[in-house]
Design a protein around this ligand. Structure first.
Ligand code: ADP
Length: 471
């Protein structure tokens, strides 16, 4: 297959050659036409001058021409391509070039017609122009001038025209060679960034995801191409990084319960431990943990499907939150903390009831989980466009640098890991995914040792069944 560089070079070269050819032919034709007009005009002027010269050879006293002078002039004119004959007023031949020197005339005729036909492709024949000669208005005779017509070039003129054609040919040739060199250079210049982008794309496809196309090209299309290849590489790099982190996180989350189960089982099989109810319950708890992790992962993968359908209905959000809070009231009571939902009115929202229930279960569950004393307060405030729900607790809180990561998959703070609260770090990712699907936003504020506030903003007046836009 032909390369981009060669194709561009070939196209430029062909275009330039064709242009030079067309312009050259036009200039040549135009110059020849102009020159032919000029020469024709010249022949007419010279013919009149010849007539004047012959008239001057008339002797009015002798009432005849000076034949010797006419002959001298006539032979000179023959050499210039003008074959003349002079007659007196009665039509009697005074002097005739052909009669005087037939051989010379034939030579001139052959030479001119040969040059015009062979060199310039002008086919013609000798034509006669007849002039009446007069002395002081008195007719003294006639002059016949035979010239090659429609026009002819003298030796000097044909040499000039040949030089002009040669010059055009050489200039055209030089121009074509320079243009071909320039085409090759330009084609290489234009194709270089494309080739670089292609090379980068090839290396990226081969797994070198850190490769980037250098920026700084001035052509918009090339810039767009470079940017697209770089964006693609970044996306692939992020994807790969995410995949690696996911794999290592899943492995990490599975390892703890499996190691614990394996140890317990081995001890019981080897007879080191009696299979008591407590030990079997501990194994059972690990299995429950594993099951929860798999369920969470499954739920997340369903939520993150691009074309997830939300089953929207209109319902009272305050009621939904109260129902969700109710689930944790017993556990909270056990820890000595109170759960309060401030709004007692009705806040209607349009959304997926089950999925929004999941959101508040996760948030309230976290608040209870990470709070040892104090309270958990859920505030619901309705504005014109949004409904703002704040789940605040007085628990362990988080460090500032942890906040940007809390919504990432498998993120768990060191504190929460050490507490062995059982979470896998997926709960908040599920929250963000569901809220995003509803066209809302989530945020978190926290202070270590003082507590956290998780805020959910949901649009109030969205209706109908919507396709999840979550990227
Ligand atoms: P987990 O199942 O581990 O709770 P989440 O995704 O729900 O996973 O939360 C991620 C991490 O965010 C938790 O491990 C914890 O470190 C932190 N976190 C979430 N909610 C709170 C909270 N209310 N108070 C303090 N830390 C929290």
């Amino acid at each position: 297959m032909i390369s981009l560089r060669n194709r561009l070079a070939l196209t430029y070269a062909l275009f330039i050659c064709a242009s030079v050819l067309v312009v050259g032919v036009i200039i040549n034709r135009f110059a020849e036409k102009l020159f032919a007009n000029f020469v024709t005009e010249n022949i007419n002027t010279e013919s009149r001058e010849i007539a004047d010269t012959i008239t001057k050879q008339y002797d009015p006293w002798a009432r005849s021409f000076d034949v010797a002078s006419v002959e001298a002039m006539g032979m000179y004119f023959v050499h210039q391509g003008y074959i003349i004959s002079v007659e007196d007023i009665n039509g009697e031949i005074v002097w005739d070039a052909r009669a005087c020197d037939m051989q010379q005339c034939a030579m001139v005729i052959n030479e001119i017609s040969g040059r015009m036909e062979n060199e310039f492709g002008v086919g013609g024949s000798f034509q006669t122009n007849r002039f009446r000669l007069a002395y002081r208005d008195m007719g003294i005779g006639y002059l016949n001038i035979d010239t090659y017509g429609p026009f002819f070039y003298s030796k000097t003129e044909s040499a000039f025209l040949s030089s002009l054609n040669r010059f055009l040919l050489i200039a055209g040739g030089v121009f074509i060679i320079l243009s071909i060199l320039l085409s090759v250079f330009l084609a290489a210049e234009i194709s270089r960034p494309v080739l670089r982008a292609a090379e980068a794309a090839r290396r990226i496809a081969g797994g070198e995801l850190s490769v980037r196309v250098p920026d700084g090209y001035e052509t918009r299309e090339i810039q767009e191409l470079s940017r697209s290849v770089n964006d693609l590489a970044t996306a692939l790099e992020n994807g790969e990084r995410w995949q690696k982190r996911l794999t290592s996180n899943v492995a990490h989350e599975l390892r703890t319960p499996l190691t614990c189960l394996q140890g317990n089982m081995e001890a019981m099989i080897d007879g080191v431990w009696e299979p008591s109810v407590e030990r079997l319950s501990s194994c059972y708890e690990e299995i429950v943990r594993l099951n929860r992790l798999v369920e969470d992962l499954n739920r997340l993968s369903i939520l993150e499907q691009k074309n997830l359908i939300l089953h929207r209905t209109e319902f009272d959000l305050v009621k939904l939150i109260n129902t969700a809070a109710e689930r944790f009231r017993a556990a909270a009571l056990e820890k000595g903390i109170a759960i309060t939902v401030t709004n007692t009115g009705v806040v209607l929202v349009d959304g997926d009831y089950d999925r929004l229930t999941q959101v508040f279960i996760n948030l309230i569950s976290n608040a209870v989980k990470y709070t040892d004393r104090g309270s958990v307060t859920v505030t619901i405030v309705e504005t014109q466009e949004y409904c703002e729900i704040r789940v605040a607790d007085t628990g362990i809180g988080m460090e500032k640098e942890e906040l940007p990561h809390v919504f990432e998959r498998f993120y768990r703070s060191d504190k929460s890991r050490s507490r062995n609260t059982g979470g896998a770090g997926i709960g908040l990712t599920i929250v963000r995914t569901i809220v995003d699907a509803h066209g809302g936003r989530v945020g978190a504020e926290s202070e270590a040792g003082k507590g956290s506030v998780f805020t959910v903003l949901l649009p109030v007046k969205t209706r109908g069944e919507t396709v999840n836009q979550y990227p």
